[in-house]
Ligand binder design. Sequence first.
Ligand SMILES: [Zn+2]
Ligand SMILES: [Zn+2]
Length: 235
Amino acid sequence: MIPDLLERTLEQLYPPTCVLCGAPGRAGLDLCEGCRADLPENRQCCSHCSLPLPAERPAGTPCGACQRNPPPFFVCHAAFRYEDTLPALVGGAKFRARLNLLRVLAQCLAISLRERNAEMPELIIPVPLHVKRLRERGYNQALEIARTLGRELSIPVESGSCTRVLATTPQTGLQQNERRRNIRGAFRVLHTPKAAYVAIVDDVVTTGSTVSELTRVLMKAGVKRVDVWAAARTP
Ligand SMILES: [Zn+2]
Ligand SMILES: [Zn+2]
């Protein structure tokens, strides 16, 4: 009762405001209906890795790559396609309130997971950032998204169980097999998560080689099922 009252009071004091256009947001979301409708939802996508698929492909089928060589994670959910305004939103390049944007993307991801009746894990683990990158950027986008998701979905978040030991060169411009080689050995599990079923969280999934590598490392450490949750997936 008291948390409800507190939430209502806070909402009256700071009504949700769209981070993109300044119009009133909707309850618990700093995004207006119009701006949310303009974001490229990733509905027509691979049933396993969430790769955006052309409209003519039957929904709920795996993409060619997943049919040939299924990734080690159980399933990937990505709320948006990484196109249109998404790169600017994720990068926060044009906006000052970057952390607000990440929070909104995480809220949208929580809504999309609920709408798609996604199974809920016992634990959320953000993809770790190498300490060098963390120093450059000041925060880990994946951790910021994971924190909001944890709050929205009432799932604990654990960021200390694994670490990134290799500061890999940026993956952009590399072929799929080069990316896989580039990322091998990048993560280390410091202590086994006390959960058989976890979801790893990242801001953007590009080829899936980073989340696949983290999945392998976690499963080697004893985790039974790993899902991937991302704000966006590149077409
Ligand atoms: Zn708006
Ligand atoms: Zn796929």
